[in-house]
Design a protein around this ligand. Sequence first.
Ligand code: CDP
Ligand code: MG
Length: 737
Amino acid sequence: PTSDMAIICRKGCQSVRKYREQKERRLAQEKFELGGTKLGNILGIKRRDQKDDQSEDVDYKKSQKFAAHMQEKNEAVSDFAQKKTLDEQRKFLPIYAIREDLLKIIRENSIIICVGETGSGKTTQMTQYLHECGYTKRGMIGCTQPRRVAAMSVAKRVSEEMNCKLGDDVGYAIRFEDCTSEKTIIKYMTDGILLRESLTDPDLDHYSAVIMDEAHERSLNTDVLFGLLREVVSRRQDLKLIVTSATMDSEKFSDFFGNVPIFIIPGRTFPVESFFSKACVEDYVDAAVKQCIQIHLGAGDGDILVFMPGQEDIEVTCELIKERLSDLEGAKPLSILPIYSQLPSDLQAKIFQKADDGIRKCVVATNIAETSLTVDGIMYVVDSGYCKLKVYNPRIGMDALQIYPVSQANANQRMGRAERNFREEMLKTNVPEIQRTNLANVVLLLKSLGIQDLLQFHFMDPPPQDNLMNSMYQLWILGALDNTGSLTQLGRQMVEFPLDPALSQMLITSVGMSCSSEILIIVSMLSVPSIFFRPKGKEEESDAKREKFQVAESDHLTFLHVYIQWKKSGYSNNWCSDHFIHAKAMRKVREVRQQLKDIMDSQKLDVKSCGNWDVVRKCICAAYFHQAARLKGIGEYVNLRTGMPCHLHPTSALFGCGFTPDYIVYHELIMTTKEYMQCVTCVDGHWLAELGPMFFSLKDSLKTRGERARKETSERSTMEEEMRLAQEKLNRMKEEA
Ligand code: CDP
Ligand code: MG
């Protein structure tokens, strides 16, 4: 996997850069080009059953014929959704036909793998079936989802089907939001929530059955749960575990759990025809926009779903479609709806609402809509073929979001929502998150569960040893692990907080520095999606308002400032809209703050304010000294540990404010056209030496980067050697015992 990864990484970086450059040029030319484009040859598309050498462009007429054929089907489907009661709809799902067989196989086995097409009813029905046949008498039915939106929307749907209030019999829990009660018997939740529950309830005694849904996504938390649940089931004969997966992974899953049965739900809910782009498209945004317009103008009724890698592409796609349609005379209106995880949830909900009569919906989504969300009425799916993955580079110890080609598993899922490249250039399945991500959080969690030797933990696909060691190193830097790799007192406290290790460390450290009140707000602000908004046509006005809040030394302090002003306004909604701030996001910050404060209270960590923002900056430095950079030119910095050039993000308070500090620390790094540091705070060079002695000393400025790198390597190997010795000693003790 590692060598594959390296190849994809290179491809990914290049294609992103190339794509951005092209896009900029293209956007400038957009208006000009459009005049000369004829509808018929907008995009060459190929029928799947045609051989390559004979391939022809599908012309306008053919796509019309296809559209008419789809329209017939569409009428049948939407009629059905409108006329049938929820109960009747339930009985129409493929899973209903095999309800008894499914329950029988569950009764006879502790663990099963369940495979079925998207839309067959796995997520919404299995929990109800288990409830209907009595499993909830012994405990809750839990169902995990890799995505927050999915957990919420599915719980809502099931509560409607069961005719109860959301949060009563059927509820959901995601980080910082618990919508369950004493009464809850069916609980949808993110996999992260179940993982945290296993900290306090290692045998998951509250549950009589656990469904691990969308397991083929192989999210980090799902992979860790696999290892844990395998043990739990062997301890608890009465617990049922159902793992749902795509066909491709089912054998592997079955093997992992000890050759358990694979149950296949027969039947596809609707037929799918695929068309592949004849050549590799140069600009996937452009190609998708053209395709959507072609469908909209040429094809019969039915909504469109478009897959894009990320928020920025989605926004551009939506705009371009809108713009081009407005340039075309007589085009029917189209309701264009974006969806991505950072979008406020009321706007997300819009994609599920039916558009006004006769208006076609076009949903532009990230892979959020691949399996987790079902939007009724979708007849056409346009797939850009790319997705965004968070990738951890253990060599430089950094996470970055990058664009990658999707895997075959993704493409199949996307297709199910409504080949050559497919066979030869796509990986069969995605590289599981556990093999490409920063594992610091997982290490912390497993250590606190008493799993001392992580290399021995039963992972389905073990993470690269490099990643594991580097994540341990990161925890050691933060003071969460000692030289033998055991949790320290600080580390034990950090586990209590549902936060990234650096943030929980910062919060706990702030208590000793008497600025926990301020840091608590900053951490809460960092835990919600962006609070500022910049409406179209009011960019300058909103930027000006935003600038007023900016504290020149720090984006973190800017956040603090915004919160304090909002508090002064009496937590007013009007104040938010006056200042172009999302009121909903701010209310969420307040909730998060309260929840974190409750944890602090339970840990006897004082919340107090020192009123001195220099102390606050020093505390930020104490948690982020390993992500420090030093000024090189205007707006340009070099990372102190890696020597990599990195830039201030244009939204940063430090950007273009005339104040260019020598040293800064940053919250995260994102790679788009450049390496951007996001959320930055100016620090004193002496603090770096004081707080990060393993990296920096006062003389450091005299040393070359090579010397610093050598120092870091030797520090690191010393730590690794000590950890190894400690491990050997432990193993010997175990053997002797
Ligand atoms: O999990 P799976 O993909 O097998 O299917 P599901 O999510 O249980 O969806 C079954 C059906 O329930 C879908 O075809 C939708 O019609 C409906 N559903 C819905 O209307 N709203 C949701 N939030 C989820 C499902
Ligand atoms: Mg599902």
